[in-house]
Ligand binder design. Structure first.
Ligand code: ZN
Ligand code: FE
Length: 254
């Protein structure tokens, strides 16, 4: 089982330190920065051996080169985006598995937020590192992809086991919930979570990771093919990718 530590950095990013106990391998997922991550690893007595990058944005790769210089770690990232990941040495693509000590990550190509975005799923630990593709009650902005691409990417992640923990890269949950209740005001799972999120954020407790079970029930961006959501926005019976596009459009102007 992976030992996963969450490090809040910048205004709302989460960087993850992930240790595989059998081998002692330690990965940093999407290091936005270097100094705080090196300090956190040092405090734990963990030696960083890998960086796993989901996509090229500066708040996900900003620490790559300095952490590599300090530790000699191996940088693993998307083959779908070969030129924009600083220091990338190992390229992984959709359908690949990446052996990380005694654990295995399945790689998913999930374009939409960027054209080269990937996600890492550690099945044995029920952990999904999905970068800026899925957030709790949200999804990434479509900077380089179409709604159809993002819906297809999210649909693949949604098909993972419900107990999967969603280690996304930002604490955006409170604002996502504010938007989501305008889409599905009558969604009980969402309303229950709204109260939970308010309580946690008031105490400065992370809402991440959530679970896929909760996201399926309450995240409007995973529910574009649900009759209840479609009816709630007056799009009953419409194709899911069109419904998804409309929900994303409303969020963009929210
Ligand atoms: Zn991003
Ligand atoms: Fe980001």
């Amino acid at each position: 089982m992976l030992d996963i530590r969450q490090i809040p950095v910048l205004s709302d990013n989460y960087v993850y330190l992930v240790r595989e106990p059998a081998s002692g391998a330690v990965a940093v997922v999407d290091p936005a920065v270097s100094d705080e991550i090196l300090a956190a690893a040092g405090k734990l007595g963990w030696k960083i051996t890998h960086i796993l990058n989901t996509h090229h944005h500066p708040d996900h790769v900003g620490g790559n080169l300095d952490i590599k210089a300090a530790t000699g770690c191996t940088i693993v990232g998307p083959a779908h985006d070969p030129d924009r990941i600083p220091g990338m040495e190992v390229q992984v693509k959709d359908g690949d598995t990446y052996q990380f000590g005694a654990e295995t990550a399945d790689v998913f190509f999930v374009p939409g937020h960027t054209r080269g975005h990937i996600a890492f799923w550690f099945k044995a630990s029920d952990a999904l590192f999905c970068g800026d593709t899925m957030f709790s009650i949200g999804c990434g902005r479509l900077f380089e992809g179409t709604p159809q691409q993002m819906w297809s990417s999210l649909s693949r992640l949604r098909a993972l086991p419900p107990e999967t923990r969603i280690y996304c890269a930002h604490e955006y949950t409170a604002s996502n919930v504010k938007f989501a209740v305008t889409i599905e005001p009558g969604n009980k799972a969402l309303r229950d979570y709204e109260a939970d999120v308010k309580d946690k954020r008031a105490k400065n407790i992370p809402t991440v990771p959530s679970t896929l079970k909760l996201e399926r029930a309450a995240n409007p961006f995973l529910r574009a093919d649900e009759p209840a959501l479609q009816a709630a926005i007056g799009m009953a019976g419409k194709p899911a990718d069109e419904v998804f596009a409309e929900v994303r459009r409303r969020k963009d102007v929210f």
